[in-house]
Write a protein that binds this ligand. Sequence first.
Ligand code: FEO
Length: 460
Amino acid sequence: MRKHVKGNVSWVGYLDWELDRFHGDDYSILNGSSQNAYLIEEEKTVLVDTVWTPHRFDFIENLKSEIDLNKIDFIVMNHGECDHSGSLTALLDEIPNTPIYCTANAVKSIEGQYGKHNWNFHVVKTGDSIDIGNGKELIFVEMRMLHWPDSMATFLTGDNILFSMDAFGQHYAVEELFNDKADQCVLNKEAMKYFANILNPFAPILTKKLEELGKLNLPIEMIAPAHGAIWREDPLQIVNKYATWAKAYQEDQITIVYDTMWEGTTKIAHKIADEIHMQSPDTVVKVFNIAKSDKNEVMTEIFKSRAIAVGSPTVSSSILSSVAGFLEFLKQLKFKNKKAAAFGCYGWSGESVKILKAKLSEAGFEVVDGDVRSLWNPDEMDFAKIPELVSELLAGEAPQVKKEVKSSAPKYVCTVCGYVYDPAQGDPDHGIAAGTSFENLPEDWACPICGVGKDQFEQA
Ligand code: FEO
């Protein structure tokens, strides 16, 4: 069944009420999801994206019930990930040679996943357009690394709809299709969860892309992402939220994450929570045993936080595997401008707090000096260290982004993902000081976004 979106545009995607995990098991789905595909029927008929492989036959049968597939003049593939390209093979079995408009990187990702079949690709880049008749055009905007090198958005003139692909999406099943019909709490929470867990590592690129989008002066009246609700009412609200979220977002919140063996570390976690409330009653405090919590929900809470405290007992001269896995994920997400503290119990060697501090620092957090290391079970002497630790977490304003250093050295751009190395900024997350020219970067330096080497860069 199609659903009317606007003008001659219909939604023909898959509403996935049953989905409970995404990206393998790496992303939890609590409110269903959708893979949004759209059909534009002007003088030309255009299909924008498809749906995930398991639903390909349902998708094609549904399309067939709406139109003769041979009427499809073009397919636009905004992104090659299989939740959107997964029906292409089956679809092109039905309508071979149909032109596919996508980026050069999408050709690579689609052929990489499905093999080379001499499909009729038409490579596009930002600013390219195609006339679809009735005075309307599709204008393409590359969205490299939001969140794959192949990502792209497509703007439909006349109806002024931005098909934004993953950007501005949510894993949220909305039968009624539009943001104004959705539960606003769930919508905003799912949009933030999507940003925190998938897009945050690319926040610097996102900021630049939003500026670039703004300069295109597209009169956006609707944003139709590839997942979740379509932004019909006040569509730019989500663009403005992204602009805020991409700049080291934080609220007045501290999140405590721990695991425990015999409840000693739990006691410290709860005492820290009590102390935060005592010292700063307005600060929101959340406490999670990471072994029993949904890691994506926890990361969303950390995204909102100005500081975190992480606890683990010492086990085999290290930390619990639940906390270690959490810290690895935390590092991937590249949160900025947040403080962190560490705590934990031990029986003899007691390395956990030192390890936690090192990993938190590696993950980009400003680690405070205070900590709580408790031999066997925490006692009053251990608890006495908590007020100082909490005041350090609460002290002053959250760390500010470092000031720009002026440099006349040229910028270099990554040809794979579009990241720009700016000597004035350096790459402080990887030990490269502001003021370091591209030529003086170590030979093993890699693009902080997509990981390719210096040889894949060219002068901007
Ligand atoms: Fe929804 Fe990047 O795929």
